[in-house]
Design a protein around this ligand. Structure first.
Ligand code: AP5
Length: 244
């Protein structure tokens, strides 16, 4: 037996039962391949875990994957760091490679949520090529439309629990205890690029390089525009309507 295999007798019955129920629920869900697109702070990372649980998809956030590589100082992380610190984009080849690997993961069997990818038309074309080889395509692109003026407050007030990806906001989604994760009690951190100055560059990159991706998918008739300036629960309701 492989040393990494789990002895089911050691797993608590409640955990086994909840996993069984989850799998039964997932078996009834249709496959979905989604892209979440929007400027920094528009709420992609906030809505992703909700959509993931509802439709049994995997959540692939290129920003999170790149930050993990930077933290681990892998060759990929070292290449990405400079562009990320300045609020620019890392190279297409680098992120396409990450996604190509990640979508083959068994957790993506029912489909995926791409959060922060594709960010250039070049990335979108490569993604379509990749999916075309598997005989599948993107079902929906959720466009988190929002005015730039709202974003600075959202970005500079954001706090993150790095290991789970849980996101808080000092004003809009405060933790029970300031600076501490509600579930684990571990400290929260702020992202290095979550400053007003770096946000400017990130927004420039969004308007120049990523907005054309919305146009690219609009021509394919798969874009649904959301009112991302609304409170989180109202945005979730819009998402559910679009995906039902
Ligand atoms: P990435 O990590 O993808 O950052 P981003 O796209 O800038 O998006 P954010 O994570 O900042 O925003 P979000 O929309 O997820 O907002 P959130 O839900 O947290 O990318 C970082 C960098 O990596 C890039 O700059 C680039 O260098 C590189 N990179 C990544 N992908 C790449 C690619 N494909 N190609 C090239 N380079 C790439 O919400 C923000 C805050 O607001 C939170 O505090 C939240 O609580 C609050 N909030 C959320 N929704 C609401 C609401 N409805 N009302 C009030 N508050 C809300």
């Amino acid at each position: 037996m492989a040393s990494s295999s789990v002895n089911l007798e050691d797993v608590p019955s409640e955990s086994l039962m909840s996993e069984l129920l989850r799998r039964m629920k997932c078996a009834t869900k249709p496959d979905k391949r989604l892209i979440l697109i929007g400027p920094p702070g528009s709420g992609k990372g906030t809505q992703s875990p909700i959509i993931k649980d509802e439709y049994c998809l995997c959540h692939l956030a290129t920003g999170d994957m790149l930050r993990a590589a930077v933290a681990a100082k892998t060759p990929l992380g070292l290449q990405a760091k400079e562009a990320m610190d300045k609020g620019g984009l890392v190279s297409d080849d680098l992120v396409v490679g990450i996604i190509d690997e990640a979508i083959k993961n068994p957790s993506c069997q029912k489909g995926f949520i791409l959060d922060g990818f594709p960010r250039t038309v070049g990335q979108a074309e490569k993604l379509d090529e990749m999916l075309g080889k598997q005989g599948v395509k993107i079902d929906k692109v959720l466009d988190f439309a929002i005015d730039d003026a709202i974003l600075e407050e959202r970005i500079t007030g954001r706090w993150i629990h790095p290991s789970s990806g849980r996101t808080y906001h000092t004003k809009f989604a405060p933790p029970k205890v300031p600076g501490v994760d509600d579930v684990t009690g571990e400290p929260l951190i702020q992202r290095k690029d979550d400053t007003a100055a770096v946000l400017k560059s990130r927004l420039e990159a969004f308007h120049k390089q990523t907005e054309p991706v919305i146009e690219y998918y609009s021509k394919k008739g798969v874009v649904a525009k959301l009112h991302a300036e609304k409170p989180p629960k109202e945005v979730t309701e819009e998402v559910k309507k679009v995906l039902s």
